[in-house]
Design a protein around this ligand. Structure first.
Ligand SMILES: [Zn+2]
Ligand SMILES: [Zn+2]
Length: 259
């Protein structure tokens, strides 16, 4: 599987429209190392059509940047705008291209999407992931995670049945219970969301781990590789902030190759 990041920002995007901080202004230069779109990844399998995870309001731009033409398999972690804002446009495309299209998420997330965009069901088949699902040799299982003051999201865990490879995509989480942390052990790769380097406010009032908290979690979970995504304008990716070698910021151009 090849994993491509198509967006690595928090809910606002970088630059934030109203902001002129150092990182936002850098994102407005020609180099724009810190220019980031709303979080999503695309997964290339061997023979199966690619999977796209989360369809935020930047989806159209991300498709053009990636030189992609159509998404048939759309997976959604939770029904917040930065993860589903592009679905009406995806639906329009499905209608015009007229190929079978599938939307996968937890049943309660599918219900929330139906309520928000009821017309989507007329063209897209909804598939609940609560009992797991298999794409080629990859089995996906999902679990509910705390999203703090923003409610809940889901983590997606992929397991390769022959090679025993495990990896997780969990863009929005904080203050996980012991039970919610179980799927995060023994990973070859962890892709996890964070927004700020160090937040001064108590966890109960926030919605994502900060970088320092993630580093504490990682020393417990011990994943082999980590990519940090969902990065706000607080994070300047030109600076390593003394991250350990196996922890890196998600980058658009280099896919992560598993197998
Ligand atoms: Zn988010
Ligand atoms: Zn800013």
């Amino acid at each position: 599987m090849d994993i491509f990041f198509r967006g690595t920002s928090d809910a606002h995007g970088v630059p934030r429209l109203y902001c002129e901080c150092k990182v936002c202004n850098e994102a407005r230069t020609v180099e724009r190392v810190n220019r980031r779109l709303r979080p999503s990844v695309q997964l290339y399998l061997n023979n199966h059509a690619p999977l796209w995870i989360d369809c935020g309001p930047d989806w159209y731009v991300q498709m053009e940047q990636a030189n992609e033409r159509f998404v048939q398999h759309m997976l959604i972690t939770h029904a917040h705008f930065d993860h589903i804002g592009g679905l009406p446009q995806w639906y329009d495309q499905c209608r015009y291209v007229d190929l079978p299209a599938y939307l996968y998420a937890a049943a309660e997330v599918l219900d929330a999407i139906k309520e928000r965009f009821p017309w989507i069901v007329s063209k897209v088949k909804f598939i609940a992931l609560d009992d797991g699902y298999t794409f080629e040799e990859w089995h996906i299982s999902i679990w509910r995670v705390n999203h703090g003051h923003n409610g809940y999201s889901y983590g997606f865990r992929f397991h390769h049945q022959q090679e025993g490879i495990n990896w997780v995509y969990c863009p929005d989480s904080i203050d996980l219970t012991e039970e919610q942390q179980i799927p995060l052990f023994n990973l070859d790769l962890l892709i996890i969301g964070t927004s700020f380097y160090k937040e001064p406010f108590p966890m109960k009032t926030r919605s994502l781990y900060d970088v320092t908290e993630i580093l504490d979690c990682i020393s417990l979970w011990k994943p082999k590789q980590v990519r940090l995504t969902h990065l706000s304008h607080d994070i300047d990716t030109r600076d390593r902030y003394s991250l350990p070698e196996h922890v890196q910021y998600a980058r658009l151009k280099e896919p992560i190759k598993l197998l």
